[in-house]
Design a protein around this ligand. Structure first.
Ligand SMILES: *Cc1c(COP(=O)(O)O)cnc(C)c1O
Length: 220
């Protein structure tokens, strides 16, 4: 599919333009290409076009396609961006390279224990429920600093914060809140912005944007 490589180029150009508008170095923004629901045959054109950082939201689905791709392309960096059950921690630590969705104490302890056991100490992001939505994962903004401290005490390498703003809200407000919380917690990285709003997220300091449909097309 030539369309995927073409759209990838377009997204990368928009990332660079947004970074320049914000007087930031475009290289300081990492594109996480979200390949959930797409098969290896759709992902390959993106890899062949040079993309190396990918995001998946389900451990089971990722296990079906990524081990073979990672064997062929060992420099791929795979991010888990969706909810993680503690009974999948072992598989997640084995397969993923970054965990973006640490959202509760029990998960943090289970991840820390598995990383200590295997020696795979993966960078982690704490997911913040900036919109305080009952159905959405993430710690409450007011609890974020204490939770980051607790994760670190457990031994997790917390490098940043991640959020998914409410669909019907002004995303910029949530991005600004996440940036403020990250400063307060002393973490440098911000995973925020999706296909509909990544340029705004970059203006507000995103170091990682998670872009799916703008690259791979509408999910079936
Ligand atoms: C699916 C997903 C994305 C990508 O969404 P698009 O709108 O397709 O870019 C980003 N982040 C998370 C957590 C997701 O689940």
């Amino acid at each position: 599919m030539a369309g995927i490589a073409h759209r990838l180029t377009d997204v990368k150009a928009k990332i660079a333009a947004a970074a320049r508008d914000a007087e930031r170095d475009p290289a300081a923004v990492t594109l996480v290409a979200v390949s959930k629901t797409f098969e290896a045959e759709d992902i390959l054109p993106a890899i062949e076009a040079g993309q190396r950082v990918f995001g998946e939201n389900r451990v089971q689905e990722a296990k079906g396609k990524w081990p073979a791709l990672k064997e062929r392309f060992p420099d791929i960096e795979l991010h888990l961006i969706g909810p993680l059950q503690t009974n999948k921690v072992k598989e997640a630590v084995a397969l993923f390279d970054v965990i973006e969705s640490v959202d509760r104490p029990k998960l943090a302890s289970a991840l820390a224990a598995e990383m200590a056991r295997t020696g795979r100490r993966l960078p982690c992001f704490v997911q913040v429920n900036t919109g305080a939505e009952p159905q959405k994962a993430g710690v409450a903004p007011a609890d974020t600093a204490a939770f980051v401290e607790q994760c670190r005490a457990d031994g997790l390498d917390v490098v940043g914060l991640m959020c998914i703003p409410p669909a019907d809200d002004e995303a910029a407000l949530h991005f600004a809140l996440l940036a403020k919380l990250a400063r307060a917690c002393g973490v440098a990285k911000l995973s925020m912005g999706m296909s509909g709003d990544y340029p705004t997220a970059i203006l507000l300091g995103a170091t990682h944007v998670r872009v799916g449909s703008a690259i791979f097309g509408v999910r079936g």
